[in-house]
Structure formats: structure tokens, C-alpha cells
Ligand binder design. Sequence first.
Ligand code: SAH
Ligand code: SF4
Length: 347
Amino acid sequence: MDSISLINRAEQQHHLQEEEIQYLLEDNSSSKLLFAAADRVRKKYVGDAIHLRALIEFTNICANSCFYCGLRCQNCAITRYRLTEEQIYSLAQKAASWGYKTVVLQGGEDAFFTVERLVPLLRRIKELDLAITLSIGERPRADYQAFKEAGADRYLLRIETTDKALYQKYHPGMSFENRLRCLQDLKELGYETGTGVLVGLPGQTFRSLAQDILFFKRFRPDMIGLGPFIPNPHTPLKDAPAPQLLPALKVMAITRLLLPDINIPATTAMEALTPQGRLKALQSGANVIMPNITEGQARENYALYPGKSAAAPAPQNLCQELEQKLHTIGRHIGTGYGGHKHSEFSF
Ligand code: SAH
Ligand code: SF4
């Protein structure tokens, strides 16, 4: 096996075997070639437009205790908050007035936000002519259906890892089967469905990352968000080794080669880890950015991992600043909703 021929084949045929993906992940000598190939595939299938999604982090209250996450319910070191429906709506209004075409409502698994509370809010936000993405974790199918009928278009739910033993270890009280059930329900209900994994969890192997990528290939999501795992000092994984950008970028680039027409965000965790991390991601297969428009203390307190809030510039000058940065790499901000544009080919 050699990396260069694997990269060439993946660029042409969009298929690799598990051992081939693992080999590419282990061998760092051809990373630059891998990123360049992913960039070409991105350009060919989804073009130079970068789609913006305005991220609203509306609650940091969470019933779960994922080992890696600062919002886990056992963490007493953060101040908990929950925005009111009016505050959420007003942020969505601002997003629309700044020209965003999508808002992402993200939060912990917070039982306060029942169907009865969220449905009227989603209906109102929909009137602003915005695509709505939800990222609020696991819910019964009936809830997903109600949100969809109220106007939600997309849903982000990372599988986090497809290594079942690792999943169970880091998600006490949760089940891998239920996570899969949620993803299946979302797809069947007609959501544009986004998933993804953390890269660099303690105990995660290159083999299991290769299996994650093959899971994406089988599940055929519309979006895939990948981020480096960044140890949070207020969680059980606080002593994990220092995080690295390279493996996450490589998983992302291989994902682009194998699923050429999907949407892939340059994630905040990439930017938090390395200055210009987001720009590097955009040149290695990514075509979406999710600027954080959450304001004030809430933004500080949505502390999934260290460095997160500092990674994002202030909302007011976001578009201008971004636009300038994107021009330097020959890209521009997309003007439409930026949904998944299915290619005429099947992969
Ligand atoms: N509660 C929802 C959405 C909020 S968490 C959910 O779990 O789906 C959003 C994402 O943040 C998670 O999917 C996880 O992959 C990521 N995340 C949490 N802690 C992290 C950490 N320490 N480093 C990097 N990403 C993290
Ligand atoms: Fe809650 Fe999501 Fe964090 Fe898990 S990853 S603790 S579900 S906010």
C-alpha cells in the first residue's frame, strides 16, 4: 500500500477499504497531498461558496453526563443558563437581519424545552425565512416529527464514536442503539441529517476512526461535523493527552473524498485548537462555517471545552471579517440556504 495511490484512487472513485483508510490515517507523510485532493473534490462537487449557519447556544443545562463535555450535569464549575423564547427569537431576528439564511439552535438535553415550548418558537423563526437546524440531542420520534412539522429543516446529532464499547464507556446512562435510532428517525422524517465524531478520544484507534468513516458512507448523512476532542478540566477526561488538529483534519479530508457532495463544517473546535484552524479546514475539504452569535455571559458559559468562546469573533463584525478572510483563499459566502445538493452520481 502507498498513500499517494490510495489518495488518487479515493479522489477518482470515492471508495476505500477499512485497512486503506487506516493506513492513510497512520501515515502522515502525504497529509498535504490528502488535503489538496480533498480541496479539489470539494471544489468539484460543492463549489467555492461557503455556507454560513448562525449558531445560537440557547441552554447549557443538560441531563446527560458525557465524559468529555463541560456541560455534563455533574459539572458544578459552570453557571447554568437558559435563554427565554423571546431571547432566542431576537437572536434569530438579528441573524436574519445580518443576512444569514440558516440558524442552528443548539443546547444540552434540557427537559424545559418541551414540544409545547419549542413548536411555537420554531413557527415564529420560520416566518423570518430562515432554514432551521436543531442540535438538542436525543428525543422521541414524535418530538422530532413535531419539530419538523413546525419548520425545522435539519438536525445535527453526532454519533461521537462508532466504537460501541467506547461509546458506552463515555456516555453513562445512554445507549448506542438509541443514538442510532434517533439518527434513523431523523432521516426517515425527512430532516437533512448531520452526524459526526470526536477525533482523539482516549482509547480511540485509527481502526475505529476508519470504521467511523465507513459508517458515514453507509448512513449517507447530509452533513458531517468532525472535531478534535479537547480535554476539559472539569470532566473525567481532564488528564487526556494534549489534543491535535492533524488527525481531525485527516478524518475530515478522507470523509470529503468518500462522500464528495455533502456539507462539512470547519468546526469551532478546530479553530479553538490552532489559530487559523478553520481556514485550514476550509482548504482541506470543508465548505460550511457556523459563526457563534450567542451573546454575553451565555457564550462564556456554553463551555463544552476550553478556548471555545475565545475562538469566535464578536457577532457584529463577523460577516465582514469572515468575508475578507475567505477572499484571501479564493472563496466567497454562499447566498442561498446552502442545503445538501445531491450530486447526479451515486457513490
Ligand atoms: N447536546 C447536544 C448538542 C450540544 S454538544 C448533543 O450532544 O448532541 C455538541 C457537540 O460538542 C457534541 O456532539 C460533541 O461532539 C462536542 N463536544 C463536547 N465536548 C467536547 C470536547 N471536550 N471537545 C470537543 N468537542 C466536544
Ligand atoms: Fe449534554 Fe451534548 Fe454535552 Fe453530552 S455532549 S453532556 S448531551 S451537551
